[in-house]
Structures are given as structure tokens and as C-alpha cells.
Write a protein that binds this ligand. Structure first.
Ligand SMILES: [Zn+2]
Length: 147
């Protein structure tokens, strides 16, 4: 049964049973939330560039992304992390300063002028084990051979 766009006055048939046509896809609550989050994130990063480390929200999206990336991929130099996260290096340096000062990130050592950062030891072990138990990943943890 074809579905029609729910945007007022539109009524175009949509693809794959979606509630909105491609023109109005931003009305979808999921997309609207993403757009909102992106805007909040850009606004926070702008404030960090303007005001420095004090504007870094430890529980904000950018901090969460930095910490999640390092949890999954392990230690990184800050310039490489900037490339991996597609972030401006100077802005990322401010986030790293703030997160290191608050004990959420650890600075391991320096390679030439670049800092190598990762999760603090106490944040790594237990969290990893817990994550593994709750979300087994068949790609990474092949089943033990039967018998
Ligand atoms: Zn539409």
C-alpha cells in the first residue's frame, strides 16, 4: 500500500513506506533530532573556540564522541584523532585540554610535538568487559568451535 508524505499540503507518494518524501524528510522525528544535535554541537564548538576549555561540556556530544572513539580504537595522537573525527585540530586540542584536566582522558606521552591520549586506565578495563558481555559482536568474537 503506497504511503503519502505527512507534511501538510504535500501528499506525495513516499518510498519504502516512509512517512515523509525526500523533500520533507527533515520532519521525521529521528532526522529532526539529528539536525538539532548537529546544531547544538556546532554551537558548542563555536563557544569552545571563542571562550576556551571552560565552554567544553563533559557530557556533550563532542566529548562523548571523542571518548567513545578512543574506547573503541585505543590511544591516538591528537592530530590523528582530529582527522579521524573530522574535527578542527585547534578546537580538538581545547577539548583534550578540558577532558584531561577533568580526568576523563589521560595523556600518555608525546610523540614529537603531538600528545598521545586515551582513556584513563580505570575507565578502560571494566567498561570494556561490561560492553563485551552486553553486546556480543559475532564479527569480533568468533564462536568457539563446537565439540
Ligand atoms: Zn513531502
Amino acid at each position: 500500500m503506497p504511503r503519502h508524505c505527512e507534511a501538510p499540503g504535500c501528499g506525495l507518494a513516499t518510498r519504502a513506506g516512509k512517512p515523509f518524501c525526500s523533500e520533507h524528510v527533515e520532519r521525521h522525528p529521528y532526522i529532526a533530532r539529528l539536525v538539532e544535535q548537529l546544531a547544538a554541537r556546532e554551537e558548542e564548538e563555536r563557544l569552545v573556540r571563542e571562550r576556551g576549555v571552560a565552554a567544553v561540556a563533559s557530557d556533550g556530544l563532542t566529548a562523548a564522541e571523542i571518548l567513545a572513539f578512543l574506547r573503541v580504537h585505543g590511544d591516538r595522537s591528537v592530530p590523528r584523532l582530529a582527522r579521524d573525527l573530522n574535527m578542527d585540530l585547534e578546537t580538538l586540542e581545547l577539548y583534550v585540554d578540558a577532558l584531561v584536566a577533568r580526568g576523563l582522558l589521560a595523556e600518555r606521552r608525546r610523540r614529537r610535538r603531538a600528545r598521545i591520549v586515551g582513556l584513563p586506565e580505570e575507565a578502560r578495563g571494566p567498561r570494556r568487559r561490561r560492553a563485551r558481555r552486553s553486546t556480543p559482536d559475532p564479527e569480533r568474537e568468533p564462536k568457539a568451535a563446537a565439540g
